[in-house]
Design a protein around this ligand. Structure first.
Ligand SMILES: Cc1ncc(COP(=O)(O)O)c(C=O)c1O
Ligand SMILES: N[C@@H](CCOP(=O)(O)O)C(=O)O
Length: 463
């Protein structure tokens, strides 16, 4: 299996090289050269397997010779060992034909743990074998950062720097990033929003002297291995509801487009997914794109679902690459237009292709809070605000003939203020985190400035 850049002008890499490389050197994102297809029999055979075995079967065709089967099974076993639910990604029923896939039973209580725990183990195995060391820099709106710090903290072969937007993540998210004691992890508070953090990260990747000097690696969904790990729960949940004999649809709370792109890959692999519904909060560039064909930044407005406060949605580039028949030059032109003009329009043909696969909707602040309250009253399930955005939008796309699965992307205890405002109850943190508010914090405020950031990072790793 080989990996190519969405901008068509970077070296073709193996799985392991793509994983350790992060952003392609032409500024693009790596994607598999071809998507392996599963037969209906192979999909049916996933029924009744452990999550770990299903993960092995779904991901193995993508990893080439990076790991032996025994190594890969060990990596998967260690990745999911610390999850607080035996099913890893359990389904609960919300209503007739509407299910919630709870993705928040990992160590940091968000879906990011599914991929981050796995790639932590993959990096450790690959770097040890190579006798190599890398510097991981990440951008977060709250959950990627805490999951990365949990997964990579204390590992020998990595230093980790996570940029988060100062004042724009929940207190639980911030404390998850700033209280771990491991000396190799650093939380950097940036003045700006998530888009600024992600832009600085891409600037670092595009500054080759810095990139090569620190041996820069990425664990955002820039990294293909992150997306791959997220493909698995589409298979396990669809099979639990009768796939491949029965079609299913998914609604996915969306910001950086990584999670829903994983669903698109599952569909390309042969999983019978009817609709993939993009659910956005008031930062709705993706919903507007599907509705109108115009992909235009409007600036980020802080919301009660802060992890989705994103307007420059990195992985949409991967969807465009396929929608433009894998024409890397066309994608590069669109990305230049996004950077210089603040947006672009997709052609009518491309819009029709996108609409063939993706539907969309949005939830504003009041609708999100109302959905938390309504779901709690009807079912007793306490939703986090991101999952509530998903459930609200899913409600507009229900089809009596096709089960809908909404991804519940975070635990409500990560966003206690929003949940309390909606239902008058503060969801408690799990016991193992009960002292989170008493732990001391370690934060490094850094200017939203490439040179200052690079100097800070180099100062810490070469100290
Ligand atoms: C809780 C939560 N829900 C949804 C999302 C959106 O996921 P994606 O960025 O993969 O679209 C994020 C962040 O990415 C998140 O942290
Ligand atoms: N919502 C994310 C934003 C970064 O997304 P990623 O999937 O590209 O890592 C977060 O919580 O940080």
């Amino acid at each position: 299996m080989r990996y190519v850049s969405t901008r068509g002008n970077a070296p073709v890499l193996s799985f392991e090289e793509a994983m350790l490389t992060g952003l392609a050197r032409d500024g693009g994102l790596y994607v598999p050269e071809t998507i392996p297809a599963f037969t209906p029999e192979e999909i049916a055979a996933l029924a009744g397997l452990s999550y770990e075995e299903a993960a092995f079967r779904v991901m193995r065709p993508f990893t080439g010779d990076a790991f032996t089967d025994e190594e890969f099974r060990g990596i998967i076993a260690r990745a999911y060992d610390g999850f607080g639910h035996a099913a890893r990604a359990p389904l609960v029923q919300l209503g007739p034909n509407h299910f919630l896939c709870e993705l928040f039973h990992g160590p940091t209580l968000a879906f990011k743990d599914f991929a981050m725990q796995l790639i932590g183990q993959m990096f450790e195995t690959a770097l040890k074998r190579r006798g190599d060391r890398v510097t991981i820099v990440g951008a977060t709106s709250g959950d990627t950062g805490s999951a990365a710090i949990e997964a990579f903290g204390g590992l020998d072969a990595v230093d980790v720097f996570i940029m988060y937007p100062h004042g724009r993540v929940s207190e639980v998210q911030r404390r998850q990033m700033t209280t771990p004691a491991a000396a190799n992890v650093h939380a950097l508070a940036i003045e700006g929003d998530f888009d600024d953090c992600q832009a600085r990260l891409k600037d670092m990747f595009n500054h080759f002297e810095f990139r090569d000097r620190v041996r820069l690696a990425g664990v955002n969904s820039i990294n293909w291995a992150r997306v791959l790990a997220q493909v698995v729960y589409y298979f396990t949940s669809a099979v639990a509801l009768g796939a491949p004999a029965r079609k299913v649809s998914f609604t996915v709370p969306t910001g950086n487009f990584g999670d829903i792109f994983a669903g698109y890959i599952a569909k390309r692999m042969g999983l019978p997914i009817d609709r993939l519904v993009i659910a956005t909060n008031q930062n709705d560039i993706l919903h507007r794109t599907i509705a109108t064909g115009a992909h235009r930044k409007t600036g980020v407005t802080p919301s009660i679902s802060p992890s989705m406060d994103i307007q420059v949605s990195s992985n949409f580039e991967r969807a465009l690459f396929d929608a433009y028949d894998r024409d890397g030059a066309a994608v590069a032109r669109l990305m230049e237009e996004l950077a210089s003009e603040g947006g672009f329009e997709v052609s009518q043909g491309v819009l029709a292709r996108l609409r063939d696969i993706f539907a969309s909707g949005r939830a504003d602040e009041e609708e999100t809070a109302a959905q938390i309250a309504a779901t709690y009253a009807a079912t007793g399930e306490v939703l986090c605000p991101h999952s509530a955005v998903g459930v609200k939008v899913a409600g507009e796309h229900l089809d009596p003939a096709v089960p809908m699965i909404t991804l519940a992307t975070a635990h409500p205890a990560k966003f206690p203020d929003a949940v309390e405002a909606a239902i008058g109850m503060r969801p408690p943190l799990p016991k193992r985190m009960a002292d989170l508010y008493d732990r001391s914090e370690r934060v490094l405020p850094v200017a939203n400035d490439l040179a200052v950031l690079e100097e800070t990072i180099e100062g810490l790793i070469f100290a």
